[in-house]
Design a protein around this ligand. Structure first.
Ligand SMILES: [Zn+2]
Length: 269
């Protein structure tokens, strides 16, 4: 499921392939993906324009067309972008195809159909309406400390809540918690300030490093949880078998030995 690093990679891909070219057609192949706009409207309003720039917030990508119209993309569970020559080479699960004057096209591909495409006029208004929290790479330490001070629940559930912090999903929440050796079910109210500082730094480190690795698990350090998080996977720190549990409705992977309780963390009684 695309999280902040994946969407950042999509943004960079779109920026290097699809900007400043006249859009000559928009081919909607699955209308389910459209939110608040019809296929006909999407095509009518984008035709003749150019994508000029893009902006990411959390897991959302916004692409500005000239005259301040924004295409809004959310990648759901399996969404991705593909740029290619010749319309007939569109990937199998193409839902919407943007055709450019240079005979190239950009496909929004999405096998599992949880993706979203919309048209908006004001990104900030949209973020406000969705009540999304600050982007996980923009959040300040004091904002994070305030979130931890104000909310109750498992630390992982807090990290996953897009209304508090936007961009972190299941995989990277586990990775961040593994790096700071905090058990994902730890009650957020028991995480002391020193541990919040560590967590803040770890989140930035992991997300940036994942972007450097092109969000490709194969390119990520073997000392991370990600290459091992599967049945029978071993902790890269202590070689014990990793555990999984349902926390906040998602499957968390962690090392019950290393992440039992960091020195600054008191586990709930
Ligand atoms: Zn371990």
């Amino acid at each position: 499921m695309p999280e902040l690093p994946d969407v950042e990679i999509f943004k960079r891909y779109l920026d290097t392939t699809s900007l400043h070219q006249r859009i000559i057609g928009v081919d909607v192949r699955s209308a389910y993906v459209l939110k608040g706009v019809s296929g006909r409207d999407l095509a009518r309003r984008l035709k003749g324009r150019r994508f000029e720039s893009s902006r990411r917030h959390g897991k959302h990508l916004f692409v500005r067309a000239d005259h301040d119209l924004w295409l809004r993309l959310h990648f759901g569970m399996t969404g991705s972008l593909h740029y290619f020559k010749d319309e007939e080479r569109a990937p199998r699960h193409t839902r919407v195809l943007f055709v450019f004057a240079n005979a190239h096209s950009l496909a929004f591909e999405d096998q599992r159909k949880f993706g979203e495409i919309g048209l908006i006029e004001d990104v900030n208004k949209f973020l406000k309406k969705r009540a999304l929290g600050p982007d996980a790479l923009d959040i300040t330490f004091s904002q994070l400390r305030e979130i931890f001070g104000k909310h109750r629940g498992a630390v992982k559930t807090i990290l996953l809540n897009q209304k508090l912090i936007a961009g972190i999903g299941n995989i990277y929440a586990d990775e961040i918690l593994f790096r700071v050796l905090i058990h994902p079910a730890t009650q957020v109210s028991t995480v002391k300030e020193k541990a919040v500082t560590k967590l803040f730094r770890a989140a930035r480190y992991i997300l940036k490093k994942a972007i450097e690795a092109k969000a490709d698990a194969n390119l990520m350090p073997k000392s991370w949880l990600l290459p091992h998080r599967d049945k029978g996977g071993k902790c890269p720190r202590c070689a014990r078998e990793l555990k999984s549990a349902r926390i906040g409705g998602r499957t968390a992977w962690f090392c019950a030995h290393c992440q039992k309780s960091a020195s600054e963390v008191r586990l709930p009684a």
